[in-house]
Design a protein around this ligand. Structure first.
Ligand code: ZN
Length: 228
């Protein structure tokens, strides 16, 4: 590549600077971009110029709609939690590309740097989801059992579990059933996924993997109408 002196131009509109950040990120197929990557991959301006204009490099990224470069290290727990969200949102196992465009808070690069490969990250995640301590997540602590208000169903049935499944339990249900309504087989994602108690909570059904199933909007509504 021929070396060209970077232009120092105060008159470039903000949008043009942002467009150029997006252009380089697009070129790299990334949903985030470090200042160094910008400079090394043919950015028209300098990261310094952009940083000064917007206050910081991260502020420029935010305006450009890209994910921020994190200063601190993200913990494995946080990465797993993030993956739980993405998995539930999609209703299925996220693939590499999903991490760029979905509700993911962290880019796939965070996973690569922690786990080596995306596949290893998924393996670690599945182990985490299936690990023993996940089960406790949905079981009431003795404090919760006494401090919670007691609806009628609670008086009839001493529930051992909490009313609403944890994110981990939701992922377990999706891993088992996929994101299809158990009654009609339609594919559901995001807010259209309902985690239904097979034996209704009001009839003593617990919030366990065995007693949960995926339902679509229609069947969830139909079922809750039946119950009352
Ligand atoms: Zn359905």
């Amino acid at each position: 590549m021929k070396y060209q002196l970077k232009e120092f131009n105060r008159n470039i509109p903000d949008e043009e600077l942002l467009e150029d950040i997006k252009r380089i990120a697009g070129k790299l197929g990334a949903n985030s971009l470090s200042s160094r990557e910008y400079n090394d991959n043919g950015g028209r301006y300098t990261s310094g110029t952009i940083g000064i204009r917007f206050g910081s490099w991260n502020k420029a990224l935010k305006k450009a709609g890209l994910q921020l470069i994190l200063q601190r290290e993200v913990s494995i727990e946080e990465l797993h939690k993030n993956l739980e969200h993405v998995w539930i949102d999609l209703g299925r196992q996220p693939v590499f590309r999903d991490m760029q465009k979905s509700s993911s808070k962290y880019s796939v690069r965070h996973y690569m740097s922690k786990f080596g490969t995306w596949r290893n990250a998924l393996k670690a995640f599945i182990e985490y989801i299936n690990s023993e301590d996940t089960i406790d997540n949905d079981i009431k602590t003795s404090k919760e059992a006494t401090s919670e208000p007691t609806p009628a169903a609670e008086l009839l049935f001493k529930h051992k579990t909490k009313r609403f499944p944890s994110e981990r339990l939701k992922v377990q249900v999706l891993m088992r059933d996929g994101n299809r309504c158990r009654l009609c087989g339609i594919t559901v994602t995001g807010e259209n996924i309902h985690f239904d108690h097979v034996t209704p909570w009001s009839k003593g059904g617990e919030t366990t993997l065995e007693n949960l199933q995926v339902l679509c909007d229609v069947h969830n509504l139909a079922k809750s109408n039946l119950e009352y």
